[in-house]
Design a protein around this ligand. Structure first.
Ligand code: FAD
Length: 593
């Protein structure tokens, strides 16, 4: 076995379940059909296996190197060649509009392709996460001229993009950004300030880098309401598209960090760099959200991708590692592989079932995004838009947290060898650890979910979704083979409804209590939604009766429900416990009587 083999059957099953066939019937995707989907996936899996997988370990070991004299950054061996081939095969643009050189395929298919890329090399895949986010932003907010000048080369991947929010004093609190923008006589702008932690902020893969930068214009209001968005290219671009002189943006340092070593995380100094406004002045945060929401889904997908890679390695190791005797009273003679030990199989089952649930959650969100844009009925479009809004923070936070837990479990399956860098499994856990932090920490996602996505409409979007899930899983009660899954999702959905009632009712009265329980609320939602989706998959497998697919789906749904939904009542207790119980952790707040 190699390090990674794209799980094409699971990916195709998931695509079918989230409705790729119906999506292909929409006029926007008339050129896409089942054969095209199969071809894209198998060709990309081949490309990733042959070209990208070999760069994963090298990137981790070598990292990126900054030349302090020039500010240039050299990527690890093999990255330039892999990226050049990615561009020449036009993989980056498959989901973007044909008028800018894209393939016009459904977003959900792009998500499937991106899963394979992120499993192959997570650090490498981040160039596309940011570039795709920037393309989405420009499509929505840029002028016709800006689209014409910048989109075609971002779509092909000839240029990459970055997202510049963070500054030393402005992390989760984006409103604290201090980078300044001043209008020049030619109507362009001069950008001055320091951005930190900028992913792929400088590198040697492309001729140009398009920085999207949040900055403050003179007399702008305080906070996020005073932020504007600027496009600042590393090299200026003239009206005919040719590249001109270098702009005054420079990489000052790259971070020495826990994981994703192949991805240069840069401090960028903008010193009167020339940029142009994107969208309206003081509307930069709204524009940046377009980029962040697309990116957040892909960060959730990182949890799926890195867990899949870790699972494959752990499963193969368990099939080979001989240790101990079978627990069958001596019927199996001699030593056995650790796969024969029930506790090891439990760990692998935990991985396999959670990966299936996560994949369904992320792909359903992407399919809803496709429907929100391309479904003909406009009422339905707003329904799907609400669904994407609701699911994006759950997909980002729940899947990225599971990614950390499951890659840690893979180390456990390997035993001591997992903790040793030589086996490579430790890298997956180190790489996974960033996903709960960037693109808005999972704590911020949980607040967004509880306060905005659930709270803003009095829970309407959430109740609508719960009812839909209840209808979808109801037929399970007629199938005794999914009894555990059926009772698990039934009680999980009831608990989620009670939790939603509590959040909606408590938000106005005691907002701090909701904030104290927000992460548990999101965990509960992730587990329940994941449990329902994996149960629907089992149900469909039973109805089609395709063995061994049905056995696997049924086994995973039952296992997941027992392991993840059995504790739903405990989660409810935690999420409704309020903020008063946290008082003693902050000595400043303890009242000494
Ligand atoms: C490898 C890497 C790559 C990155 N790439 C980029 C990039 O490309 N572009 C970019 O702009 N940024 C990037 N970042 C920055 C990243 O988005 C921030 O680190 C992240 O948003 C958190 O900000 P912070 O580090 O300042 O933490 P802080 O905001 O200081 O948060 C610290 C802790 O406090 C919690 N917290 C903060 N505020 C609140 C609140 N109001 N309510 C509840 N809890 C709160 C957080 O959840 C967290 O647990 C990257 C970071 C890293 C490490």
């Amino acid at each position: 076995m190699g390090e990674y083999e794209a799980p094409l059957e699971s990916i195709k099953d998931t695509l079918r379940l989230v409705g790729i066939d119906e999506l292909c019937e929409l006029p926007a995707f008339a050129h896409c059909d089942g054969d095209a989907v199969d071809t894209v996936l198998s060709e990309f899996a081949r490309f990733a296996g042959e070209v990208v997988v070999p760069t994963n370990r090298t990137g981790d070991r070598q990292g990126a190197m900054l030349d302090p004299n020039t500010g240039n950054v050299a990527t690890a061996d093999g990255f330039q060649d892999a990226y050049a081939r990615y561009v020449s095969m036009q993989w980056g643009g498959i989901t973007f509009p044909p008028e800018f050189g894209g393939g016009g395929l459904p977003t959900v298919l792009g998500v499937a392709v991106h899963e394979i890329l992120a499993s192959a090399n997570l650090a490498f895949s981040l160039t596309s996460v940011l570039t795709h986010g920037a393309i989405n932003l420009l499509l929505r907010c840029a002028t016709e001229r800006q689209c014409r000048l910048f989109l075609p080369r971002l779509v092909t991947g000839e240029w990459t993009a970055t997202m510049n929010l963070t500054e030393p004093q402005a992390g989760s609190d984006v409103g604290a950004v201090r980078t300044r923008a001043r209008r020049r006589p030619d109507d362009r702008w001069e950008i001055t300030g320091t951005k930190i932690f900028i992913t792929w902020g400088e590198h040697d893969l492309t001729d140009n880098i398009v920085h999207l930068v949040l900055a403050r214009t003179p007399d702008a209001p305080l906070g996020t309401a005073g932020l504007s968005l600027f496009l600042v290219p590393k090299f200026s671009v003239s009206e005919d598209g040719t590249i001109g002189p270098r702009n005054s943006v420079r990489c000052q340092s790259i971070e020495d960090k826990l994981g994703i070593h192949g991805s240069p995380t840069c401090a960028l100094e903008f010193d009167h760099a020339v940029g142009e406004l994107v969208g309206e002045e003081n509307r930069g945060m709204a524009a940046m959200f377009t980029m962040m929401n697309a990116a957040r889904l892909l960060i959730g997908l990182e949890g799926v991708a890195v867990s899949e890679l870790a699972f494959q390695r752990a499963r193969d190791f368990a099939r080979e590692r001989v240790q101990g005797h079978a627990s069958d009273g001596g019927r199996t003679p001699g030593d056995v592989t650790i796969m024969k030990h029930p506790d090891v199989r439990r760990m692998l089952m935990e991985m396999a079932s959670t990966i299936a649930a996560m994949r369904l959650l992320v792909y359903s969100t992407a399919a809803a995004a496709d429907r929100a844009t391309h479904t003909i009925d406009t009422t339905l479009r707003s329904h799907f838009l609400r669904r994407v809004d609701l699911l994006t923070p759950i997909a980002k936070a729940w899947c990225s947290d599971q990614g950390v837990a499951l890659t840690s479990l893979a180390i456990q399956v390997f035993g001591g060898s997992g903790y040793i860098e030589d086996t490579g499994v430790a890298q997956y856990w180190r790489d996974s650890r960033i996903a709960p932090i960037y693109e808005g920490t999972n704590g911020i996602q949980a607040i967004d979910f509880a306060v905005r996505k659930v709270g803003r409409d009095g829970g309407a979007a959430m109740y609508e979704f719960i009812e839909e899930l209840e209808r979808a899983v109801a037929p399970m009660s007629q199938h005794p083979e999914v009894h555990d899954a059926s009772s698990g999702v039934e009680s999980g959905l009831a608990t989620l409804r009670t939790a939603t009632d509590w959040v909606v009712e408590t938000l106005a009265r005691a907002p701090d209590d909701v904030l104290a329980g927000a992460s548990r609320f999101l965990d509960l939602a992730g587990a329940v939604v994941g449990g329902c989706l994996i149960s629907e998959k089992a149900l469909m497998a039973i109805e089609i009766r395709s063995q061994p697919c049905a056995d696997e789906a049924v086994g995973q749904a039952n296992f997941f429900a027992v392991e993840h939904l059995g504790g739903a009542a405990g989660m409810l207790r935690s999420l409704t416990s309020g903020s008063e119980r946290l008082r003693t952790i902050d000595p400043d707040e303890v009242v000494i009587s």
